[in-house]
Design a protein around this ligand. Sequence first.
Ligand code: PMP
Length: 451
Amino acid sequence: TLPKPRQPDLKTSLPGPKTAAIMARDALHLSTSYMRPYPFVPDHGEGVWLTDVDGNTMLDFFAGIAVSTTGHAHPHVVKAVQEQITKFTHVCLTDYPQEITTSLAERMVRHVEKPGEKWRVFFGNSGAEAVEAAVKLARNHTGRSHIISTIGSFHGRTYGAITLTGSKTKYKRGFGPLLPNVSHVPYPNPFRPPLGSTPETCGQAVLDHIEGLFQTVIPADEVAAIIIEPMQGEGGYIVPPADFLPGLRALCDRHGIMLIFDEVQAGMGRTGKMYSFQHSDVQPDIITVAKGIASGMPISAMLARESVMTWPVGSHGSTYGGNPVAAAAAHATLDLLEGVVKHPGCGDSLMHNAAQVGEFIMAELKGMQTEFPFLGDVRGAGMFIGLEFVKPDGSPDGKLRDAASMAMFERGLLNLDCGEAVIRISPPLILTREEAATGLEIMRDALRALK
Ligand code: PMP
């Protein structure tokens, strides 16, 4: 007989007394600029399990917003960090090369370069910094200023990034003036097709819309870049139709516009490929990467074609960018993603595991749609899965989503919302099929309680 799969272990009602006490202190002294969907104060983690300060152990289906690629406290990552921190913690990369970042850059471009191409890397500390670097580079390289982004997008919270972000006005209200010369176009969401289109035609409809703007309001030869998430994250875990990215590439080529793919959330193996755009044949000019790159250590990267990375030496930089301890964690994360180091129970590589276990989760969730008609859409790739809650008339049901999220939490499943009425499933990529089944069972039980 097989051992019973590990289950969440709830020792107190939620929140427990220590959790409540820390949250009360937190409310007194921390910035209130963030929200909590439910009360949780972590104490320690192991793999896909997180234990709070009251001893309640939860199954983690959100991975610190798609960050903890290798789970919590992965021994291989911990060892890499420990080894580097005993050597040196910081010597500024803007001044001195370091083997650990040189080799990390070499390693990262290998996942992007096609034959005959050369790419280069700039290291920062966060997703927003990678996005800022991408926009600066696109403007500097093209000598143009206009940037086109998408509605529903999220690109970060620094000034350039909030200007590009198109998901919620609260990110902008009271913070202006923002960056000039930024426009937003609809994202081709097949479940809610924009511009009067259909699921099949929504990609072309958005492309036609952009061409229309070039005739009427934005001179195409003043556009430096189009920035887009090849699979939209915060906006609702949306996958565009297959003809969209190739069409967008062709549009950019026609007008000499840089194509920036923001892979901060969907990248680093999450969708079962290293980058989510690699489900197509399309090559961008610039890529932004963060979150899953180093299992939670702060490091980000902006990758660009060598022919595009033409800004003058020293014109952009960052004191901590490419910090060697974070770079060590990135190397260890890549070891597991690529399968250079195997994680027990996860087959060839974590990337492969994300594809396989993700497919299992997606199939199970699609199966649940019969029992729960309010699950309007199940979509995604690999372990990047969105579950959209709808009212009987098909409109988004954010309230039901919030109730479902809480019901799952109360049963020991950490999860996170996105979009208007979506729960995102973005677990650590070490999640096994058995652990996935445990999570799905909790979800089913929570959804039954809603009926
Ligand atoms: N781009 C995308 C696609 C993101 O999802 C995020 C974070 N949610 C960011 C950029 C910003 O990253 P950070 O919070 O690390 O600045």
